[in-house]
Design a protein around this ligand. Sequence first.
Ligand code: AKG
Length: 200
Amino acid sequence: MELFKDCSFGTVVPELERYGFATVPNLLAPRAIDRLLRESAGLGWHRAEPTFGTRRVVQDYFFVKKFPASSLYPAVGRELEDLLNDAFFKITPHPIAEPLHFNEFRLQRYPPGSKGIEPHRDGPQTRYLVALIVLRHGGQLCFCEDGSRSGSISVESEPGDLILMRGVGFLGSGFQPWHYVNSSKKVERLTLGMRQVVWN
Ligand SMILES: O=C(O)CCC(=O)C(=O)O
C-alpha cells in the first residue's frame, strides 16, 4: 500500500531554520490514515502521568508506545525516515550529521476536553528532528517563545499532515522550540510522534 503522497520537502529546511518547526500538509495517503485509525482502536492504551519533568509540566492524554510486529505504525516511521533522509542529503551542507533513525514511536490521543500539554521543550535526548503525523485533527499544536506561552503561533492541521520540530543537532545547533497542545472540546486529537532518542 502506498503510504505517502508525492510532496515537496523544498521549504522544510528554511522553515525549520527560521521558526523551529515546519509543516508538510496532506502527506499521508487517505487509505493509510484509515488503516492506522482502525488499528488504533485495538492497541494497548495507557494514561500519561499527570505531570512530567522538573517543571512539572501538566499533560493529559493516552498513549501507545509498544506496537505489535505487524503494526503499520513503525512502517510509517521507516518510510518517512527514508523520505526525509533523501531530501536532506540533497542539501549541502547537510542539515543533519547522520541519517535520521527514529527509535521511539508514540501514538497520543487527547480526548475532547482534555488539558492537552503545557509548554515544554523535548529535552537533550531528542536528536535532529521530531516528526508528528496528525491522524485526528482536534485541538492545535502551538509554538511559543518560552514556558509562559508568549509569542504563541498555533498550527492548524488536518489528518495526514506532517509537522516537524527541531531536535538537538539539527543544523549543528542545540535549539529546540517551546511548544504546547490545546485540545478541542469536541474533537479528539490523535498524533503519531516519531523521535530519535539517545539516553546517556
Ligand atoms: O501531539 C501533539 O500534537 C504534540 C505532542 C507533543 O508536544 C509532545 O509529545 O512533546
